[in-house]
Design a protein around this ligand. Structure first.
Ligand code: ADP
Length: 457
């Protein structure tokens, strides 16, 4: 796509919007970056953009700016349903997103991972598997470096591993990953999608441009994916059970059995491998499923079984995802701040043998908290609520477990400490976004960790 001299409006001034602005400006685009907010997240980047000739429009989107644009590029954090974008689209102005824009400038094979939960874990694991197989990798997308940053300053690598959110898929047009991975689809972001079907359809767009030579790695244990996968055009690899399928992965407690077809070679050439999970340090069946998906994708992207095994043995997990941050008086404290929807809370509760004292709350994204009732009733001694969603969670779960309310996480941790018995687990798994009180889930997780550390000081 030719960007030189084009009037380009970049919507949203977060990390992605800034990277898009830089990319377009460096290719001669006449860029305005427009944001509703009055203050910027990255003030140090502003000077660089100004030096590149980028205009800033802060504190609201001007209709005129959008109507004069020749191209509008959305950041994933902003819905393309906002009025000025809708009006511009109606006037025939092309609206695209960062992933689609970047894709037009990249000719290295892409492995893209989406799903409601597990994207970051799976991407990290997959990148490690490829690296341990001797492949060079760029890891980015919704995690760390935006894909457009790679397009801006490409370096020679064998493969790009890209985490993709549904919001990013909403603005694709030709984006085509050679390998697409779909981990699961459970209710989330219902504050931005019309309904669950719209959200699920958005996730399935990962495969819409794939061809028969491309690969789709699909979770057959997820009923929504099982149903929607009929329309996937590429070669399908299912996990975590093989049944009588030709290729895919089958998971038992301590092993992954992989049956796969060598890419591009004679399609009848089936390979079998076994991966030992004895030294895999992540807890929970969901993480073993993530490992299945990562292993299949790694093999299809040029990795080998030895590299997959080495990465499984070495991977130590990520902060804020079921991360143990302390043990006090025989009670484990687990930081699962990244659990921002109901399904991730359910998976977390399933991980612990003894009773949990569960801390939930934050900014409500419209989650169906009632669906946790059975698990909470059977696994939790107490539920401690904080933040904006407390009333809705209490209404949904107050009849199955003892509920307390805390002003903040520090108080929640102190209440949990007072109520816990040796062998219990205190679990922060909020089931909500963090933005009611924090800048992001990392800040919330660090606050929890500090409160736990304060118990012993
Ligand atoms: P994402 O990037 O999709 O948000 P993460 O790997 O950051 O995924 O994990 C987010 C949350 O989801 C964590 O609480 C984690 O324990 C949980 N999780 C990870 N994998 C899965 C899975 N396959 N199914 C359900 N929950 C998961």
């Amino acid at each position: 796509m030719e960007l030189a001299n084009k009037r380009i409006v970049v919507v949203g001034m977060g990390r992605t919007g800034l990277a898009v602005s830089r990319f377009c400006a460096r290719r001669g685009g006449r860029v305005t970056v427009s944001d509703r907010a009055t203050a910027v997240e990255n003030p140090d980047k502003i000077e660089e953009l100004k030096a590149l000739g980028v205009s800033l429009e802060m504190g609201g989107h001007r209709e005129e700016t959008f109507q004069n644009a020749e191209l509008i590029v959305m950041s994933p954090g902003v819905s393309e349903n906002i009025a000025p974008v809708r009006a511009a689209a109606a006037a025939g102005i092309p609206v695209t997103g960062e992933i689609e824009l970047a894709f037009g400038f990249i000719d290295i094979p892409i492995v893209a991972v989406t799903g409601t939960n597990g994207k970051t874990t799976t991407c990290e694991l997959l990148a490690a598997m490829l690296e341990r197989s001797g492949r060079s990798v760029f890891l980015g997308g919704n995690i760390g470096n935006p894909l457009i940053s790679y397009a801006d300053q490409p370096r020679p690598v064998d493969v790009l591993v890209v985490e993709i959110s549904s919001f990013q898929l909403d603005t694709i047009d030709t984006f085509r990953p050679r390998v697409g991975v779909l981990l699961n689809i459970s209710p989330d972001h219902l504050d931005r999608y019309a309904d669950f079907n719209a959200y699920a359809a958005s996730k399935m767009r990962l495969f819409e441009n794939q061809q028969s030579t491309d690969t789709a790695v699909l979770n057959a244990g997820d009923p929504v994916i099982e149903e929607l996968s009929a329309a996937v055009p590429g070669q399908k690899f299912f996990y975590p059970h093989l049944d009588d399928r030709q290729a895919g992965a089958s998971l038992s407690n301590d092993r992954i059995y992989l049956r796969w077809l060598r890419p591009s070679a004679d399609q009848s050439q089936v390979s079998d491998s076994e991966i030992d999970l004895t030294h895999f340090s992540l807890v929970g069946r969901h993480n073993r499923e993530n490992a299945c998906a990562a292993a299949l994708a790694a093999l299809m992207a040029g990795g080998n079984a030895a590299g997959v095994q080495a990465a499984i043995d070495e991977f130590s997990g990520l902060a804020h995802r079921l991360e143990k941050v302390g043990r006090v008086n025989g009670v484990d404290y687990i930081n699962d701040s990244k659990a921002t929807n109901v399904d991730s809370v359910a998976r977390a509760l399933e991980c612990f043998e003894g009773r949990t004292i569960l801390i939930m709350g934050g900014l409500d994204k419209g989650g169906n908290f009632e669906s946790l009732a059975q698990l909470v009733a059977s696994r939790s001694r107490m539920l401690i609520l904080t933040g904006a969603a407390a009333d809705r969670i209490r209404a949904a779960l107050g009849n199955v477990v003892a509920v307390k309310e805390a002003e903040n996480l520090k108080e929640a941790v102190q209440m949990a400490h007072a109520a816990a018995r040796p062998g219990d687990t205190v679990l922060l798994s909020p089931g909500c976004a963090s933005f009611d009180k924090y800048r992001n889930y990392q800040e919330r997780g660090r606050d929890f960790r500090a409160a736990v550390e304060a118990l012993t000081q």
